[in-house]
Design a binder for this molecule. Structure first.
Ligand code: HEM
Length: 327
C-alpha cells in the first residue's frame, strides 16, 4: 500500500464519527428503525441468504472512503464506480433489498435518511434477525457524490490473504487483531463462490497442491463442489450453519473446515489463533467483540461533501429539492 494512501486512511480515521450519534432520526424520521427492520424481515423470508449479502455491504462500503454508500452508485458514462471492482463484481448482491428499504423510507420521510445509514441499520438487523446480537447504531452519515472503482481495488482484501496481511490492513483502519478475528466471524452467515477457493484446493501458493490446513474429509467435500473445471460461480456455505449467526464459524476453523483461505489462516497463524479458540468456545465473547468491531467500522468516515440521495444508485441532480450539505 502506498504511503499516500496510508496517510489518507489515517485522516479518514481521525476525522471519524464527529457528527454521528444515537437517535439521529428520532425527530425527523422516528419510524426509520422499524421501517428498515420490517423490510429486512421480509427479505429473510424471501431469501435468507440476502441478509448475509446486505451485511457484507457494510464492510465493502466502510473500508472504501468511509461509510458513505459510494458502493451503491451505479456506473454512469462518466463514472466507473465500485460495483465492478474485483472484490465486488459477480459477488456483491442484494442491492435490491437496500432499494426496497430506501423506497419504504422515502414514502414516510422523503429526503431524510441517507443510504449510508441504511447500510448500517440493515447490517445490524441482518445480524440480529439471523440469531446474533443487537446493538444501537450511531447515525447521521451522508451519501457520497461519486465513486471510483480503483478506490475499492486499492483496499479490499483477496480471499487468498493470510493473517499477517489482514492484521496490517485492519490496523490501518484502527481495527485491532481481535476486531479482525471477530469481524471475520461475519462469515458465520452466507456463501462464497468456487472462484474464491479454487486456488487453495489445487494450487495453494503456487505449490500445485491443496492447502495443507484443510481437514481431508472437508477437502473431499470441497473438491466435489468445486472440481477444477467447475462453473466458478457455484457457491458453498461459509460455515456449517450458513443462515444462523453463531460461533459455528470458529468451531469450523478449529476443525480445519474454514471455507476461504483468509478464514482458515486465522487459526493457522499464532497471532490470531487464540481469539479463534476463545470465540469457538464462548459465543458471548464473540458477540461482544463483533459488536465492538462493527461499531468501530461504522465510525469510518471521510471529510467530504455529501447529500441524502433519493435513490441509492444515483446522485441527486443539483436541481433536486434535496439540498447538498457541506461536510
Ligand atoms: C477479513 C477479510 C475478509 C475477506 C478476505 C473476505 C472475503 C470474502 C469473500 C471472498 C467472500 C465470498 C465472495 C464470493 O466468492 O463471491 C466473502 C463473503 C462474505 N463476507 Fe467477507 N471477507 C472479509 C471480511 C468480512 C467482513 C469484515 C464482513 C462483514 C462484517 C464480511 C462479510 C461477508 C459476508 C456476510 C459474506 C457472505 C455474503 C453472501 O452470502 O452474499 N466479510 N467475504
Amino acid at each position: 500500500m502506498c504511503p499516500l494512501f496510508s496517510l489518507f486512511i489515517l485522516h479518514m480515521i481521525t476525522g471519524a464519527a464527529a457528527q454521528l450519534r444515537h437517535g439521529y432520526y428520532s425527530e425527523t424520521c422516528p419510524k426509520a428503525k422499524s421501517i428498515v427492520q420490517d423490510v429486512m424481515k421480509v427479505a429473510l423470508i424471501r431469501e435468507p441468504r440476502s441478509l448475509a449479502s446486505v451485511m457484507r455491504l457494510q464492510f465493502h462500503d466502510c473500508f472504501v472512503n468511509g461509510c458513505d454508500a459510494s458502493l451503491l452508485l451505479d456506473d454512469t458514462p462518466t463514472m466507473l464506480g465500485e460495483k465492478l471492482a474485483l472484490a465486488n463484481i459477480n459477488s456483491l448482491r442484494s442491492y435490491e433489498v437496500v432499494d426496497q428499504v430506501k423506497e419504504a423510507l422515502e414514502k414516510v420521510c422523503p429526503g431524510v435518511v441517507s443510504c449510508a445509514d441504511i447500510i448500517i441499520m440493515a447490517s445490524r438487523d441482518a445480524v440480529y434477525l439471523t440469531g446474533g446480537p443487537y446493538w444501537e447504531v450511531k447515525l447521521g452519515r451522508l451519501d457520497s457524490l461519486t465513486a471510483r472503482k480503483e478506490d475499492s481495488d486499492n483496499v479490499m482484501p483477496s480471499p487468498r490473504s493470510n493473517a499477517t496481511f489482514l492484521i496490517g490492513l485492519f490496523a490501518k483502519f484502527n481495527l485491532s487483531v481481535k476486531d479482525l478475528v471477530a469481524l471475520s466471524g461475519s462469515h458465520s452467515i452466507g456463501k462464497a463462490r468456487c472462484f474464491s477457493i479454487i486456488f487453495r484446493l489445487y494450487n495453494q501458493s503456487g505449490s500445485g497442491r491443496p492447502d495443507p490446513a484443510i481437514d481431508p474429509k472437508f477437502r473431499q467435500k470441497l473438491d466435489k463442489l468445486c472440481p477444477l473445471n467447475v462453473d466458478q460461480n457455484i457457491t458453498g456455505d461459509l460455515d456449517a450453519t450458513p443462515v444462523k449467526f453463531d460461533n459455528q464459524y470458529f468451531r469450523d476453523l478449529v476443525a480445519g473446515r474454514g471455507f476461504l483461505n483468509s478464514d482458515q489462516t486465522l487459526f493457522t497463524f499464532p497471532e490470531t489463533r487464540e481469539f479463534v479458540k476463545q470465540f469457538s468456545i464462548d459465543q458471548g465473547k464473540f458477540f461482544k467483540a463483533f459488536v465492538k468491531g462493527m461499531i468501530k467500522m461504522g465510525d469510518l468516515t471521510v471529510d467530504q461533501p455529501g447529500e441524502v440521495r433519493k435513490n441509492c444508485r444515483v446522485v441527486n441532480s443539483h436541481s433536486s429539492k434535496f439540498p447538498m450539505h457541506p461536510s
